[in-house]
Design a protein around this ligand. Structure first.
Ligand SMILES: *Cc1c(COP(=O)(O)O)cnc(C)c1O
Length: 356
């Protein structure tokens, strides 16, 4: 039986996408070859690449000032690629430290220039998004993590500044509309809200580039991938194909504005139960709660294993919290149906009756 997949990543994908992907592993659109064996120089794969780029542009309303790239190495490689490509050795990069992923990003940036950490929520184990800090107007960029997958916080308002954002959107890309003009670079590993692991989306505003004088290895230079339309070397064809299917699904389902409404609705049901049920409490500050990763605790931690057992019994899988937060985390990405969220809420209600 298919389980309700609350894992943080790799994560749930739309069922219809997995069925189409499975079909394409047998034969891609009647071309006589599987997506797994097709040449990345074939006209069939060129069409896939063209469609995924134009769908990304359409879904996020991206104009020609930006390039859309599909890279390898995960979001973790973007931690250093962004700084290596954007930060002049005499420049200054600003970071807001909102969790483990931000911390890793700024560690890499320090290899390439001056890094200022403007604010951090480490003092309260990253349970909130810092808001009161000033942003130096001469910074090359301000790095943000839009959704903190581990801690369950997210930006619901962007900092006020003219400094372009470099943003890790790995766990909330395509979950809501964004004001593109604020962003110099957006990157996202696919495996949370887009496709299988193995491909990373990078959206790069062209005027951010070519301001550094360091030598950059060919594979790590955004210009290389821009010039070759993300096929400088062999791209990960299957993750790209599946991500393209997810984008078709997004478009058929009303795009990112409709996703946002659905995501708000799903998150609201779950947070309501967390707030109403006397056994549970949310772990993130209310105003900063993520719509993608819902983190919560049992006030009596001795009941944790009994609750996880109840989840397992109801086929809800992946609810255990990250070790650095404890408690529970329900990841409810775009593809998570409202019905599955309701199943988890029912488990919590029932648990409340039995143990309250
Ligand atoms: C999962 C995650 C990453 C790491 O992604 P990889 O593709 O595994 O390198 C980085 N940032 C955020 C916000 C994530 O959720």
């Amino acid at each position: 039986m298919k389980k309700h997949n609350f894992y943080a990543g790799p994560a749930i994908l739309p069922q219809s996408v997995m069925e189409q992907a499975s079909q394409a592993t047998k034969e891609l659109d009647g071309c006589g070859l599987s997506i797994l064996e097709i040449s990345h120089r074939s006209k069939e794969f060129a069409a896939v690449m063209e469609e995924i780029i134009s769908s990304t542009r359409e879904l996020l309303d991206i104009n020609d000032d930006y390039e859309v790239l599909f890279l390898t190495g995960g979001a973790s490689s973007q931690f250093y690629m962004t700084a290596m490509n954007l930060l002049p050795s005499n420049g200054k990069a600003c970071y807001v430290d909102t969790g483990a992923w931000s911390t890793k990003a700024l560690k890499e940036a320090k290899l390439f220039g001056d890094v200022q950490v403007l604010a951090s929520s480490k003092d309260k184990n990253y349970t909130y998004i810092p808001k009161d800090y000033s942003i130096p107007a001469d910074a090359t960029y301000l790095h943000l993590t839009s959704n903190n997958t581990i801690f369950g916080t997210a930006y619901h308002a962007w900092p006020e500044t003219n400094v372009p954002f470099v943003c890790d959107m790995s766990s909330d890309i395509f979950s809501r509309p964004i004001e593109m003009e604020k962003f110099g670079v957006i990157y996202a590993g696919a495996q949370k809200n887009l496709g299988p692991a193995g491909v990373t989306l990078a959206i790069v505003r062209k005027d951010m580039l070519n301001k550094v004088d360091r030598m950059i290895p060919t594979m790590l230079d955004y210009n290389t991938h821009i010039k070759k339309q993300s096929t400088f070397n062999t791209p990960p064809a299957f993750p790209i194909y599946v991500s393209m299917l997810t984008m078709r699904w997004l478009k058929e389902n009303g795009g990112v504005a409709a996703m946002q409404m659905k995501n708000e609705e799903k998150a609201a049901i779950l947070y309501k139960e967390i707030d109403d049920n006397p056994l549970f409490e949310g772990s993130a500050a209310k105003e900063d709660r993520s719509l993608m990763n819902v983190t919560f605790l049992l006030k009596d931690s001795d009941l944790e294993s009994a609750f996880l057992d109840a989840c397992t019994e109801a086929n809800c899988i992946g609810v255990k919290g990250h070790r650095s937060v404890g408690g529970f985390r329900a990841s409810i990405y775009n593809a998570m149906p409202k019905e599955s969220v309701q199943v988890l809420v029912d488990v919590m209600k029932e648990f409340g009756k039995n143990f309250g």
